[in-house]
Design a protein around this ligand. Sequence first.
Ligand code: FE2
Length: 245
Amino acid sequence: MIDLHAHLLPGGDDGPETLEEAIEICRAAADDGVETIIVTPHQRHGFWPNDDRRILEVLFEKLRSATGGRPTLALGAEIRVDSELLHDVDRLPGGSLLTLAGSKYLLLEFASVSSEPDPRPVVHELTLAGWFPILAHPERIPWFVDQPELVAELVERGAFVQLTAGSVTGELGRGPQACCSLLLDEDLVHFVATDTHDARVRPPRLSEAFRAIAEGWGEARARRLIKENPRAVLENRPLSRHNAE
Ligand SMILES: [Fe+2]
C-alpha cells in the first residue's frame, strides 16, 4: 500500500513532536503493510506556513535517514488553498510550494469554515495549466459534505478526491463515514490515505480501510484507491477519473 497523506516531520506542523515519535509512526505503517509514504506537512496553514521549503527538505532528510527505507519516504505537502495559491503554483518548480513527490499532483486543503475561495475556478485554472489537483478529505469539510454535487462538479472539472482512512472505517464518526460511502457509490473517490498525525490520533492503519473498501466496493476498487492510483502519483502518470469496475 502507498499512503499519500501523512504528517510526519517533527516540529514541521501539528504532526509528531519528536523524531522518535515519527520513527514509531513509520514503523507502525510498515508493519501495517505500507511500502511508501508521501510525507505531507501543512503549507500556508495558520501556525505552520512552511513557506521555506528548504527547512522541510532538511527535516525530511533527517527522517528518511533515520527510518532507513522502511517504509520508503517521499516528500510532498498539504497546501491550504487561499487567494495567493494560483500565483504561487505559477512559480513552480521555484517558490515555496511542494507537489506530491515532485509530481504534477497537488494535495489541496480547503478551509473547513469557509468555502472561499470558490473551488471551481481554482480547480479549473490548475487543470488548465496541466496540474492534477487532489481535494484532501472533503468528507471532513462541512460545506463539501452538504454539497456532494459540488464534489462531482469539481471531479468533472479535473479534480481528484482523497478520503481519510479513519473516515472510511467509521473511526472518525458516522457523518464522515456516510459521506465516504456516498462518494464511493458515485465513483468520486481516487485515493484513500491516513492523514496520520501521531501514533494515537489517526494512526497509520491503512489496511483497515483497504478491507472496508474491499468489502463494500470490491477488492479491485480497494487496490485502485490504495495501491495503483497512489503509485501513478509517485510515477507522475495521469489517472482516469473513473475507478468503478
Ligand atoms: Fe492532513
